[in-house]
Write a protein that binds this ligand. Structure first.
Ligand code: DP6
Length: 400
């Protein structure tokens, strides 16, 4: 009896133009287009193994070692049944193929970053799930076609089907068939874009993206203005900035759009606050860092962006990362030595340094643990199909 199994990994993405609001909550159709940078899977990824077998009585899924319920009509069930539907179509066209679409599947998924880090894992998770099933079922589907299915798992997941710089076009059809991800530029176009993720300590349970954005749609008048008059022009302008490798424009738009996303969260009734004092201090530091550069006749050197939580992601050209890390460590001393994947600091480690002309009073220094971790990464590639050695399911079809 042959074994039908495939393993794939998929990246995290962090939006520059934020998705916030659905016009259809079941199909997950957004109220505006969005655009993100895919981060490098060498540092952050979800890996998923899928196996189909006629002896499996039902579909089962394990996430980071714990079995999750696949609820009828839920997001997981929708993605799995959509993938089986695509396989059925392939089997119909070539009746000699094994009828994998009628078998149960076992799916085992793992993130290489702790869920407690507060990084969105649903995007990489659903992208890896869809990619591994596409490999298992040998589907002739393009990344954009697969993005239609990942989107129904979690909206932002559709953008993790591509590497580089990715747009999610909102589309206009009621069935969602034109609401999909497209590549704006591959990572090779602008590999110089690096990212520093500042993992900010957070003890309160925040509002989830799903429920928060729904409340914004129902109560915010500012959202209407954003959707109609702001995002369409920004999508165009940031795509042009990416094509021209114009970091100054890219940074300006990214920061403006993060600010406006948090403004519509505040405009929600009752209001939603995702950023905290640490987040705001990071904004002040980046604003001052850019001010010094512009005052000296230069351009913007870094851009901050925040999702539905207090963590900051700082995008910058590689050459600026050393200064940025030193600045952040000055205000937010680290308990652990900085993991230096690009070898910026040699054996001496990060020194506590502030650049010339920087007004240190823009933020107060915080204690150890306010920023509990720093992850330095860069723009990365799209989902990868992995070899049998990397499978997460053992010979018995259960997690290893
Ligand atoms: C702030 O994709 O997590 O990160 O579609 O309900 O699963 P659901 O929401 P999700 O929302 C992400 C919101 C965001 C902005 C973004 O990634 O564009």
């Amino acid at each position: 009896m042959p074994i039908y199994q495939a393993t794939a990994s998929a990246p995290v993405n962090i939006a520059c133009i934020k998705y916030w609001g659905k016009r259809d909550t079941k199909l997950i159709l957004p109220t505006n287009s969005s655009l993100s940078v895919t981060l490098d899977q060498d540092h952050l990824r979800s890996t998923t193994t899928s196996r189909a077998d006629p002896s499996f009585e039902k579909d089962r899924l394990w996430l980071n070692g714990v079995e999750e319920e696949i609820k009828d009509g839920g997001r997981l069930a929708t993605c799995i049944s959509e993938m089986k539907r695509m396989r059925r179509e392939v089997e119909r066209q070539d009746p000699s193929l094994p009828k994998l679409s009628s078998y149960g599947v076992h799916i085992c998924s793992r993130n290489n970053f702790p869920t407690a880090a507060g990084l969105a894992s649903s995007a990489s998770g659903f992208a890896a799930l869809v990619s591994s099933l596409a490999a298992l079922y040998s589907l002739p589907a393009s990344p954009s076609e697969l993005s239609l299915i990942a989107r129904q798992g979690s909206g932002s997941a559709c953008r993790s089907l591509f590497g580089g710089f990715v747009a999610w076009e909102m589309g206009s059809k009621p069935d969602g068939s034109d609401s999909l991800a497209v590549e704006v530029a591959p990572r090779e176009h602008w590999p110089d874009i690096h990212a520093l993720i500042c993992v900010v300590s957070d003890d309160k349970k925040g509002t989830s993206s799903t429920s928060g954005m729904q409340r914004t749609v129902e109560t915010s008048t500012l959202l209407e203005h954003r959707i109609r008059h702001v995002v369409p022009a920004r999508m165009k302008a940031i795509s042009e900035a990416i094509r021209a490798r114009d970091f100054d424009a890219f940074a300006r738009i990214t920061m403006q759009d993060s600010n406006q996303f948090h403004a519509v969260a505040l405009d929600t009734d009752p209001p939603i606050f995702y950023m905290n004092d640490v987040s705001r201090a990071i904004i002040a530091i980046i604003v001052e860092y850019n001010r010094v550069s512009v005052a000296n006749g230069g351009k913007l050197k870094a851009a901050y962006t925040f999702d539905a939580g207090p963590n900051a992601v700082i995008y910058a050209p590689k050459e600026n990362l050393k200064e940025i890390i030193e600045l952040i460590v000055h205000y937010f001393p680290q308990a652990e030595p900085f993991k230096d994947p690009f070898g910026l600091f040699g054996t001496v480690g990060v020194k506590d340094a502030i650049i010339d002309g920087f007004n240190a009073a823009v933020a107060k220094p915080f204690g150890v643990g306010a920023v509990k971790g720093l992850i330095h990464t860069r723009v990365g590639d799209g989902p990868r199909v992995l070899s049998e050695e990397e499978a997460l399911l053992g010979a018995n079809g259960l997690p290893k």
